[in-house]
Design a protein around this ligand. Sequence first.
Ligand code: ADP
Ligand code: MG
Ligand code: MG
Length: 199
Amino acid sequence: MLDADFFRRWMTAAAASVDRAADRLTELDSPIGDADHGSNLRRGFTAVRAALEEESPDTPGAVLTLAGRRLVSTVGGASGPLYGMLLRRTGKALGDAAEVSEEQFAGALRVGVDAVRALGGAAPGDKTMIDALAPAVDALGDSFAAARSAALAGAEATTPLRARKGRASYLGERSVGHQDPGAASAALLVAALAEVAGE
Ligand code: ADP
Ligand code: MG
Ligand code: MG
């Protein structure tokens, strides 16, 4: 079973990973964006870490809901509301249980990913974070490690795609040949999950 501490450790590991990868994420956002994805997420996850320390929410749902709210309020790019939606909706779907099963979490994360798809209008293949998140949630029924591999493969597979959503879509054909920064960061978040699960 997964308790509030597991989800707190997930957010802390995600913050550390975003911090380490911030320069790379911003570099990915240079050719097909506005070179701020790494700094956006670093600011957001630093605030998430601080919020979790200040408020110490005591259920899985409350941890993710607080994290999502904090991302929305601190990240001023497209990724803030989208990742905020992901975590808030996933948290809401977990309800107020003190512990959740991996299966319940997989179901809740699917609700969160569907909410991101509804908010941003992106489908798999549109060269967005959805290209990493959708395969990850499909693989989560198997294991956290399988979800990590699926997210990474999905992120890498965005390179030859033409962007159909977000800032990169303004470039049309010129978006081809670059990995999507949001898909890369989504793969980091899923990898952080596998890390705290010990997989
Ligand atoms: P901004 O583009 O506002 O500067 P960021 O650079 O922080 O925001 O985030 C860009 C990432 O957000 C993209 O790489 C993409 O993965 C994701 N993104 C942008 N628009 C959408 C959308 N409509 N649906 C899903 N993901 C999106
Ligand atoms: Mg950007
Ligand atoms: Mg921006």
